[in-house]
Write a protein that binds this ligand. Structure first.
Ligand SMILES: *Cc1c(COP(=O)(O)O)cnc(C)c1O
Length: 479
């Protein structure tokens, strides 16, 4: 089956002439950069060095393309930051925000009040999520979602009279956001170093990163099983009566698109059930179609007790996060008095209205189905065909429209580059030169394009990635 723009309601705009674009623009690139350097502190950045080199100024976007302030047209292989699932420029979402701002721009949901957008969104999420997920709590980001998860987990065990269940087990190189709780749950050492006070009672086990961490001649399945069994060992060490929950991303996104082998999640689930521990799936990247299923835990075939949602919930058009509660958890929270947690903007009407418009697009335009049956398999095959036996590609991970490309010094021996981050940065700079956004996490190159991408656009991304990876190999003198 082929599809082109007739199934995709956005219209590719002609590339704006540099002059016309310059006329729309308030300031020159140099002026923007100077002001940015003078007043703006960027997230996760070395500001001194960024200010010396200058940021790229992104001024507009449509479909899967971005334009910078110099008029360059850039293909966005990362959907913004893993979030713009329906692509840029969808009028349905803009209209929903505009209408809602006029009708009811804000009202809280704290004091016995509610409003239509949050009601519609909750009912729609219950329809789209797997059967046992019928209740949703709202916040403004994935990080707040995971803070909320901790609050729900502890309230849940309090309602069960199991007050000693306080420990939460997470994974090294997991990413769960950057509030204090999110950063502590995550397993990024460089973040922990800058957080002298962390949330108590959070411990980490090793990640299921086969290429980088498997020793000897374990198969991927054996290795994943061994990594899952670290959870059991950790529970026994702490005592099951003291463990409240395990949290993990079904596949690690920021950690490098690490896809565990099929043995991993069923074993994690078995262990959680055996020791009566809540299983939390952080679906902030995996949710809303990324793998070709609505939620990534469906791709891996397990049933969590809580799911964290954000990013694709609104396709990033406005900030919003949420936590989905399995019926058995929801029941305990609902029937046991006050739950003392909330955010001013919990269920914000404009965000909720945008989320509803976004989810209806994903559903009614059959975007998720297309990722599963058409563009996802095409993307995965194209990457594997293009990089089979490439001298510096050691592994290609992923499903649907997400992929990780492991750069390696000796792919067959699973030998990584001694200074992985440097090689990733070289490759990312070659991507930039060809107007492709591909992210580098250490020595893994990541792709996660908008889910509305078509096959021609996939071809463009893969061709540009090939150029960048070939150029990297050449610069390293490997061929
Ligand atoms: C991005 C991300 C978060 C944090 O979301 P924010 O909206 O940046 O707070 C949490 N978990 C995962 C898996 C993420 O990818």
């Amino acid at each position: 089956m082929s599809y082109r723009t007739e199934e995709v309601a956005y219209v590719q705009p002609a590339q704006p002439a540099a002059a016309a674009q310059a006329a729309q623009q308030q300031r020159s690139t140099a002026e923007y950069r100077a002001l940015d350097a003078a007043h703006h502190i960027h997230p996760f950045s070395d500001m001194g060095s960024l200010n010396r080199s200058g940021s790229r100024v992104i001024v507009k976007a449509q479909g899967v393309y971005l334009w910078d302030s110099d008029g360059n047209k850039i293909i966005d292989g990362m959907a913004g930051l893993w979030c713009v699932n329906v692509g840029y420029g969808r009028k349905e979402l803009a209209d929903a925000a505009y209408r809602q701002m006029q009708e009811l721009p804000f009202y809280n949901t704290f004091f016995k009040t509610t409003h239509p957008p949050v009601i519609e969104l909750s009912a729609l999420l219950a329809e789209l999520a797997p059967e046992p997920f019928n209740h949703f709590f709202y916040c403004n980001s994935g990080s707040e979602g995971n803070d909320t998860v901790l609050r729900i987990v502890h309230q849940y065990w309090a309602t069960q009279g199991k007050h000693s269940k306080k420990f939460v087990i997470s994974r090294k190189n997991g990413y769960h956001g950057s509030t204090i709780a999110g950063g502590t749950l995550g397993g990024m050492g460089y973040m922990h170093e800058q957080m002298p006070s962390k949330v108590e009672n959070i411990v980490h086990i090793d990640q299921p990163y086969f290429f980088g961490e498997a020793e000897g001649n374990l198969t991927p399945e054996e290795f994943a099983l061994a990594r899952a069994q670290q959870l059991e060992a950790k529970i026994l060490e702490i005592g099951a009566d003291n463990v409240a929950a395990f949290i993990g991303e079904p596949f690690q996104g920021a950690g490098g698109v690490i896809f565990p082998a099929s043995t991993y999640w069923p074993e994690i689930q078995r262990i959680c059930r055996k020791y009566d521990i809540l299983l939390v799936a952080d679906e902030v990247i995996g949710g809303f179609g990324r793998t070709g299923e609505w939620f990534a835990h469906q791709h891996f075939g397990f049933e969590p007790d809580l799911i964290t949602l954000a990013k694709g919930l609104t396709s990033g058009y406005v900030p919003m996060g949420a936590v989905g509660l399995h019926d058995r958890v929801a029941k305990a929270i609902i029937e046991n008095g006050d739950f003392n947690h909330g955010l001013t903007y919990s269920g914000h009407p404009v965000a909720a209205a945008v989320a509803v418009a976004n989810l209806k697009l994903l559903r009614d335009d059959k975007i998720v189905e297309r990722v599963k049956t058409d563009t996802g398999p095409y993307f995965q095959k194209k990457l594997r065909d293009t990089f089979a036996n490439h001298p510096i590609i050691g592994e290609i991970s992923g499903a649907g429209l997400v992929a990780g490309l492991q750069l390696a010094e000796d792919p067959k021996a699973r030998k990584r580059f001694a200074n992985g981050g440097e090689v990733g940065t070289i490759c990312r700079d070659f991507c930039f030169n060809r107007n492709l956004i591909m992210r580098a996490t250490g020595d893994r190159m990541l792709l996660s394009p908008p889910l509305v991408i078509n096959k021609l656009e996939i071809d463009e991304i893969v061709a540009k990635a090939k150029y960048a990876i070939d150029a990297t190999a050449q610069q390293l003198g490997i061929s």
